[in-house]
Design a binder for this molecule. Structure first.
Ligand SMILES: Nc1nc2c(ncn2[C@@H]2O[C@H](COP(=O)(O)OP(=O)(O)OP(=O)(O)O)[C@@H](O)[C@H]2O)c(=O)[nH]1
Ligand SMILES: [Mg+2]
Length: 288
């Protein structure tokens, strides 16, 4: 993996800026991708925001497995973490998200109230690239204030957005962590579009995705790509996708470049299946 591309220079700067903005904020809202809550959670944040009240929001839950999302919510709550599931492209979970932020700030609000002041709660929205931070803010604010895009690295600087007279959100650029030892987690970040597509080799990545999908949702995979069956040898998974779609070059050679691109697009759009890569039990095991 290319270390330079993995942790681009602007991220070191973004991290410094986050640290600076800490004194201005009351609550940290951490957005993760519901399809991989572990891989898309920046482990740096535990240290960085140790002193702050935190809320975890599982975004893109429309693309994840419902039962798995609920299991993750139970897991967080059992640890005393305020957590909710949302779909920022629709309005699912919006009211709950606002309620959770209020709950996280309740002590500070109560303290100010004793002094006769109605406090404005300031929440910093953080997360790795492409998890939907800006989309979430726009949805909560009810208008398009933060720039959004279907690739990592869209938000460059900080931006305050007023949600109501007493709630303000601060958008932030997606932040990865400097080192990534866990290759499986790295691949999942790539599957979900949180690291740039030019960092990992696309055909290998697509093949790795097919291997994971065959474990998680074999039937949905065959449903979508008819030539990919339980009998397809592992080495031929991507070829089978190409064959299913007629992506064949002269001489009958599968156009794996095109197959990889289409597979990745269809997966990211949730067209193959609504799946979650990780269970809280796996995350626990790995911590031990
Ligand atoms: N299906 C689905 N797509 C979503 C959801 N939330 C965001 N998206 C899409 O995810 C992509 C990334 O959204 P952004 O809001 O730009 O993500 P970000 O976290 O601000 O990304 P950076 O600024 O690059 O770090 C966009 O294409 C959004 O439309 C969701 O709940 N469901
Ligand atoms: Mg953004």
């Amino acid at each position: 993996m290319n270390a330079i591309n993995w942790y681009p220079g602007h991220m070191a700067k973004a991290r410094r800026e986050l640290v600076e903005s800490l004194k201005l904020i009351d609550v940290v809202v951490e957005i993760v991708d519901a399809r991989a809550p572990r891989a898309t959670r920046n482990p740096d944040f535990d240290d960085l925001f140790a002193q702050k009240m935190r809320v975890i929001l599982l975004n893109k839950s429309d693309l994840a497995d419902d039962a798995a999302t609920d299991a993750w919510l139970r897991y967080y709550r059992s640890q005393g973490i305020l957590a909710g599931k949302i779909v920022s492209t629709a309005s699912n979970g919006k009211a709950q998200a606002v309620r959770l932020i209020g709950e996280a700030a309740s002590e500070q609000v109560a303290r100010m109230k004793e002094k006769g002041v109605q406090k404005t709660v300031r929440a910093l929205v953080v997360g790795i690239p492409n998890v939907g931070k800006s989309t979430f803010i726009n949805r909560i604010a009810g208008e398009t204030r933060a720039k959004v895009g279907d690739k990592p690295g869209v938000t460059k600087g900080k931006q305050w957005v007023k949600v109501s007279p007493y709630l303000e959100l601060l958008d932030s650029p997606g932040l990865l962590w400097p080192k990534l030892e866990d290759q499986q987690a790295a691949r999942r970040l790539a599957f979900l579009g949180s690291i740039k597509d030019d960092i990992l080799e696309q055909e290998t990545l697509a093949w790795e995705l097919l291997k994971e999908l065959r474990e998680i949702c074999p039937d949905a995979l065959t449903e979508r790509y008819r030539k990919l069956t339980p009998e397809t040898p592992e080495a031929d998974l991507l070829d089978a996708v190409c064959e299913s779609r007629g992506f064949v070059r002269k001489g009958g050679i599968p156009d794996t470049e095109r197959g990889a691109r289409v597979l990745m697009d269809e997966f990211r759009a949730g067209r193959i299946a609504h799946i979650t890569f990780e269970t809280p039990e796996q995350a626990e095991e790995e911590r031990e």
